[in-house]
Design a protein around this ligand. Structure first.
Ligand code: BTN
Length: 245
């Protein structure tokens, strides 16, 4: 059994944002909503997510959980790890994660994760997990992207969007169940293997304050550990931005 018997999926030709569509009244637990095109795709910290037609993968997953909101800090890391596993199952190796939510290869961005709270029902939180993964975006369409980026098809030309999406959902299903049972602690070791920040000089921008240090892994809640002159400081995801120095 794949464990996917109670999942649903829908592919829209166009939408504003799959996260937006799945939030609120459209929320559905264990639903995958993908789109060929997003007119208002969004990234973290209010940024736009460039979403050209039929080029990449844009999808959102609805997930309802009893976990307390304070424990959800590790969720974007868990989702990133599930995507790496899916790519590995298609023989795509060497993909790394830049805490807390960037999927990268040799310093170039392959994709990103945007998690939003949709609401709560009788104490259960409804979470929308959005993922954008560059598959075969043409360079002329993407001149507005500030960061260096690349496509999954640059690494594996024959892998299709359908394959990546299907494998990812299998991994999401497993990872989300384990996360719910054991918390982020069950993923901490796995994170070490793909942690792009480990041992690197990084700077964290938090409420207009810059904090410099060296990446020292994550704790058992998924907080980034920053080795500084004042010792090791945990950094919680929220509205921070991390840069390599
Ligand atoms: C980031 O790296 O800033 C996160 C990008 C997340 C993009 C995806 S595409 C599908 C889903 N719908 C959106 O509007 N955003 C996410």
């Amino acid at each position: 059994s794949t464990g996917l018997e109670d999942w649903q999926s829908e592919v829209l030709l166009l939408t504003d944002s799959t996260n937006e569509q799945l939030k609120g009244a459209g929320f559905c637990h264990k639903k995958v909503l993908a789109a060929e095109y997003q007119s208002a795709g969004r990234g973290r910290r209010g940024r736009q997510w460039v979403s050209p037609l039929a080029s990449n993968l844009y999808w959102s997953v609805g997930w309802q959980t009893q976990m307390p909101v304070q424990q959800l800090g590790g969720l974007s890391l868990v989702v990133g790890l599930a995507i790496i596993k899916a790519l590995q199952s298609l023989d795509i190796e060497g993909v790394q994660l830049k805490w807390p939510n960037d999927i990268r290869y040799q310093g170039k961005k392959l994709g990103g994760i945007l998690i939003e709270l949709s609401g709560d029902v009788a104490g259960a939180l409804q979470v929308v997990i959005g993922v954008g993964l560059n598959m075969q975006m043409g360079s002329t369409l993407a001149q507005s992207i500030e960061q260096e980026w690349m496509n999954v098809n640059d690494l594996a030309p024959d892998v299709s969007r359908q394959q990546v999406l299907a494998k990812t959902i299998v991994e999401f299903n497993q990872a989300l169940e384990l996360f719910e049972q054991k918390g982020f602690a069950a993923f901490q070791e796995l994170w070490q293997e793909v942690d792009e920040c480990f041992g690197q000089k990084v700077s964290i921008l938090q409420q207009h304050q810059e904090l410099k240090g060296i990446g020292a892994g994550v704790d058992d809640t998924g907080a980034l550990l920053l080795q500084t002159g004042q010792g090791v400081i945990p950094i919680y995801a929220g509205e921070v931005s991390l840069r390599f120095r």
